[in-house]
Each structure stands twice: as C-alpha cells, then as structure tokens.
Design a protein around this ligand. Structure first.
Ligand code: SF4
Length: 475
C-alpha cells in the first residue's frame, strides 16, 4: 500500500474562513469539478448544475459558509487570492441574478433555492463531508462527480486514492512518531530539520523557506487585523468581537503603527503572568474572530483551530525573544510534522473525530514546536505533543448554530494555553520516564473518535449546540 506523503504546505494552507473542512475543502472541490469539466471539454456544453450536500456539510454547511465557498469556487475564484471583502457581495450577486459564471467562462442559469440542496438526512459512507456536483449538458446527458472534504482543506474525489498523488522519494519517511524519533536519534537532527530535509523532495530550500514565511505573514496579518477590528461577528448569533477591546485595554496608551512597533509596545508592558495570559488569549481570539468573519487565515491544521499555533508562535516571538526568520521557520516546520502524524494515524477532521481532532491536534503541534524552539530535546518535543493531546482526548465538536464561533473561538485560547503548559511540563521532565508515547495517544485519539457519538462530530445535533437557546434568522 502506498503511504501518504504530507508536506508542510499540505498542513498549513492559506485560505478563507470559517472552516477548512466546510469552506476551504468544498471551495477546492468546486474548483476541481470545473477543472474536470474543462479537461473533458464539457464546460461549454454545460447548461445547468445541481449541487448535493450530504451529512455534516448539509447540517452545518450554512453556518460554515459551504454554499458561499462552493459558488465562489465554481465561479473560478481562488481562496488564496480572492478579495475577502468581495466574498459576501459576490455570493449575494449570484443568488440575486440567478446566474453562475462557471470557471469565469461559461454563464449558466442557477437558482440557489433549487439547485443547491442541503440533504440533511442523507450521508455517504466514505466520509460525513460529501458533495456531489451534477452538470447537465446540452446533449441531454449529465456528468457528475462526488468529493469528500476530509479535514484541514484536504479533498478526495470519489474513486481516487493516494495512488493518484505523485509520490516522491523522502530521505526520512515518517508514518508514526517512533519513525520520527528514529530518524532524529540516528542523525542528530531536530524535528524541524528532518522536515526541511524531506521538503527538498518537493522544492528547493529557498522556496520552502520563502513559502513558510509567506504563511507566517498571513498568520501575522490576520492576528494584527483581528486585534484592531471591533464590532460583531456575522451569522446572527450576535457575538461581539473581544480581541480588539482586549488589545486596547492591554496596550494602554502606548503608541504603535505596525506589527513590529506593536510587538515593542506589548513587550514594554512586562511579563507578569496575567499579562502574558491575557495576551495569548487575545492573539488566539483575534485569529478566530477573523476566521469567523470570512477573513484570510492559514489552516493550522484546520480553520476552526487556526488561532492556536499563531497564538503560541506570537507568545514565543514576543515573550521568548523568538522574532527571527530562522526561529519562525523552525517553529512552523516542527509543528507541521506533528500535524502529519495525527493525520496519518488518526484524523484532523472534526466530522470524524470531534474537536480533539482540531483544537487537540493544533495544541499538540504548537506544544511540540514551542518545545523545540525553546531548546528541548527531540524526545521532549514528542512528549510535549503527547501531553497536549492527552488532555484534549474526547473533546467534542458542537458549534452553536453550526457557526465556528461558540465554543470554537474561546477554545483556541484554551488550546494555546494548554500547548504552553504542555511544553513547559515536557521541558521540566525526563522523557525517558514518560508512560504514554505520542503514538499511543494518537491511537487513543483515533479509538475515541470511532467511539464518539455522531452528534458530537460537527453536526450541531448535540452538546452546546442543542443546550443553548438561540434564534437564528433563516439564511
Ligand atoms: S467545536 Fe472545535 S472542531 Fe467543532 S467547529 Fe468548533 S473548533 Fe472546529
């Protein structure tokens, strides 16, 4: 069987909020479907289109912007570059005009109410996040494809598997944490160095490092924007943004005009425990408030959990003197390997494993990266990841109203703080005496995912989603 090969840019992807599985993945699926139509010379023959959303994509698709993402993807927009301020107006325009310009080349009639169907009671067996596209051609025939959004923006087309993905020769293939540890100990390389060596199989070192810094800049801009944008989040829950008022309160009268001077202003406030705690929360809140507002974010490894890694990285930059390009690359590279191990051995999809697969994995990734950057040994790095996940096991996914807001936004602050605590614990421990290995916790997380009731897997059929009374306007 061919093994899955995951690059740092598979784990960290630039996209638009609020969800990697329900927004970015379906967006990519829509782009791939129009690409299929083009490849088969069917685009110009297409006269009509139906989109069928199944399982979790149907149940929480409206709250997660699945409909928005699919229509934009079909229109030829790209989530990396599309103007985030144009997302809502473009979507409304398509609905109002009842016209869809497929791949920005073929305009067809499209009635949102009749042509995009949320099949709340239907699921497909392979994965809860499924979407079928049916194109109706001018010769009376139809062409259809089904895609699964399997978490973190990853998409699988029905009938495809890893064999269709181009395989490369990795110098250090890693399936499990024990493989990673083997390579680290036999070469003396750090986890991040193993990752950077493997990335050479896909592109040269400069391209990888530039790519990582580009992702860091998107994370940083997202956080900075979120710390300065007051108001309420979209969706009808009436959730007030908290990062901007908190930033204002913490920064006091200090003057700053950009990211760098903001960091200096934060540092000038000292390093008291509550002060740092407040800032870490503020960083995480900022990213996820942007994510909830269809802002540009980096999946880390998902959108719902996009605030954990930037918050811990920002903590490292500001309070641990980590603001160098090399350290930022080291942090992101190390984090990506831990995310890959969870994706290969368990899941990073909340629809498969609940929130342990999102916030739990991001916390483990951040804990490992912080530990390496603070000088921990390779065993301590893996231990930190294990501790962070161990204390997220069983965490359910129950977003109120199907929106990535409650509990999601606050939950990122918890994931970040747990990551810092896990890192500190690992740094103060002897990993030879650890009773639980990272592989054991990956396996436990997967078994827990299999046992978890479906209502806690991104369906909004249980938990907080059914215990908090809300009245959302019909979308
Ligand atoms: S509860 Fe967790 S897994 Fe579910 S949508 Fe929110 S952040 Fe994602």
């Amino acid at each position: 069987m061919i093994k899955e090969q995951i690059s740092v840019f598979d784990i960290f992807k630039i996209g638009i909020g609020p969800s990697s599985s329900h927004t970015l993945g379906p967006w990519r699926a829509a782009q791939q479907f129009t690409a299929s139509l083009m490849e088969q010379d069917l685009l110009n023959q297409t006269e009509g289109l139906k989109i069928l959303l199944y399982g979790s994509l149907a149940k929480t698709g409206k709250g997660h912007g699945t409909d928005v993402a699919i229509l934009l993807g079909l229109s030829g927009a790209d989530p990396v570059t599309f103007d985030v301020d144009a997302v809502a107006p473009t979507f409304e325009h398509i609905k109002y005009e009842k016209r869809l310009n497929l791949a920005n080349t073929t305009a067809i009639d499209f009635d949102y109410s009749n042509d995009l169907l949320f099949l709340y009671a239907e699921s497909l067996p392979f994965h809860p996040n499924a979407v079928t596209f049916q194109a109706f051609l001018n010769n009376g025939k139809a062409f259809s494809e089904t895609y699964y959004s399997i978490g973190g923006g990853f998409v699988v087309k029905e009938g495809d598997d890893n064999r269709t993905k181009k395989q490369v020769d990795l110098p250090f293939p890693v399936e499990k944490a024990k493989d990673l540890l083997h390579w680290c100990l036999s070469t003396g390389l750090k986890v991040s160095e193993i990752v950077l060596e493997n990335e050479l199989a896909w592109r040269n070192e400069v391209q990888t490092k530039n790519g990582i810094m580009q992702h860091f800049q998107v994370m940083r801009d997202c956080m900075y924007r979120g710390c300065h944008e007051a108001g309420f989040l979209p969706g009808g829950l009436d959730v007030a943004r908290r990062a901007a008022p908190l930033n204002k309160k913490l920064i006091g009268h200090s003057a700053y005009h950009d990211y760098d001077s903001w960091i200096s202003a934060i540092r000038a406030g000292g390093n008291g425990f509550n002060y740092i705690l407040d800032w870490v929360s503020c960083f995480a809140l900022a990213v996820n408030e942007e994510n909830a507002s269809f802002g540009r974010v980096v999946t880390a490894p998902t959108n719902g959990a996009a605030g954990v890694i930037p918050a811990v990285l920002q903590y490292f930059i500001v309070f641990c003197d980590g603001y160098t390009e090399d350290k930022i690359i080291q942090f992101i590279a190390c984090a990506s390997e831990i995310g890959s191990i969870f994706k290969k051995g368990a899941t990073i999809s909340a629809a498969m494993g609940g929130c342990q697969a999102e916030i739990g994995v991001s916390s483990a990734m951040a804990a490992a990266a912080l530990t390496e950057c603070l000088g921990g040994s390779q065993r301590q790095v893996l231990m930190a990841a294990e501790i962070a996940m161990e204390h997220h096991l069983g965490l359910t996914c129950d977003p109120i109203g199907g929106l990535v807001q409650i509990p999601c936004i606050e939950r990122n602050t918890m994931g970040a703080i747990k990551a810092i605590t896990a890192s500190q614990l690992a740094l103060q421990s002897n990993p030879d005496k650890a009773k639980v290995s990272l592989d054991a916790v990956v396996n436990t997380m997967w078994e827990t995912a299999l046992d978890m009731n479906a209502k806690y897997k991104e369906t909004s059929d249980g938990g907080l989603a059914t215990n908090i009374p809300i009245s959302l306007p019909e979308c």
